[in-house]
Design a protein around this ligand. Structure first.
Ligand code: 13P
Length: 250
């Protein structure tokens, strides 16, 4: 049985108090399963609270971003070492919201992924095309470019500690998830790109998650696909009952 990753990306939602209430309720609703890894990525300001609430629960903590330098004059930024203080073991890099709204170039995802790996934090590298790019038939070339750039200079040994998330921009927050077969085609393509960059062996080992309007009622058909190893979940991870149901249905 393949391992499944269910990662909650809360984005800019929940104060520390809200996060604390979520964790309390989620731990009642959630039944831990050996083959599922559950990760919660709160805002930076809620990390301490989540870290305290989920101690020894089996839930992992992730961050939504990090900066690529270890320390120095970078106003407003957060380093990998700062994240480690709160037991952060995963970090999202290259999310499409940061690429689009904050104009982050492909190269930044590469620097951030390397910084995470240096600190033994698993980067969750996000890739995905916009609707215009899909309509122009460019989804594969866009995803290949994003992935190759994000992995530039990363060794095969380090690549064993990454996750990739395929998140088509048109499916994020729209209620319009990719059809399972559509997602599976892109996941198989991502595996082929990983094989080209590294090796067949490595390409089989990297978990590839799907993101974009994942809900309790569509997670099962997604995770049934051969190349889909879980989900990066936005909206449906905000409610503890809903997210526990989603984890259960995966
Ligand atoms: P939604 O699940 O709200 O579509 O968001 C997906 C996402 O962007 C997760 O990173």
């Amino acid at each position: 049985m393949k391992r499944l990753y269910l990662i909650a990306n809360w984005k800019m939602n929940k104060t520390a108090a809200d996060a604390s209430a979520f964790c309390k309720e989620f731990s009642h609703e959630w039944a831990q399963e050996k083959e599922k890894t559950v990760v919660i990525c709160p805002s930076f300001t809620a990390l301490a609270k989540v870290c305290e609430e989920i101690e020894e629960s089996g839930i992992k903590i992730g961050a939504q971003d990090l900066f690529y330098e270890d320390q120095g004059p970078f106003t407003g930024e957060i380093s990998a070492a700062m994240l480690r203080e709160f037991n952060v073991s995963y970090v999202i890099v290259g999310h499409s919201e940061r690429r689009r709204i904050l104009m982050e170039p492909d190269e930044l995802a590469n620097k951030k992924a390397k910084a995470a790996l240096r600190s033994k934090i698993i980067p969750v590298i996000c890739v995905g095309e916009s609707l215009e790019e899909r309509n122009a038939g460019k989804m594969k070339s866009v995803v290949e470019r994003q992935l190759k750039t994000a992995l530039e200079g990363i060794s095969e040994a380090d690549a064993r500690n990454i996750l990739v998330a395929y998140e088509p921009v048109w499916a994020i927050g729209t209620g319009n998830n990719a059809a399972p077969a559509q997602a599976e085609e892109m996941h198989a393509f991502i595996r082929a790109v990983l094989e080209k960059i590294f090796s067949k062996d490595l390409s089989k080992k990297v978990p590839i998650l799907y993101g974009g309007s994942v809900k309790p009622d569509n997670i099962e058909m997604m995770t049934k696909q051969q190349n889909i190893d879980g989900a990066l979940v936005g909206g449906a991870s905000l409610d503890p009952k809903n997210f526990a149901q989603l984890v259960k249905n995966a």
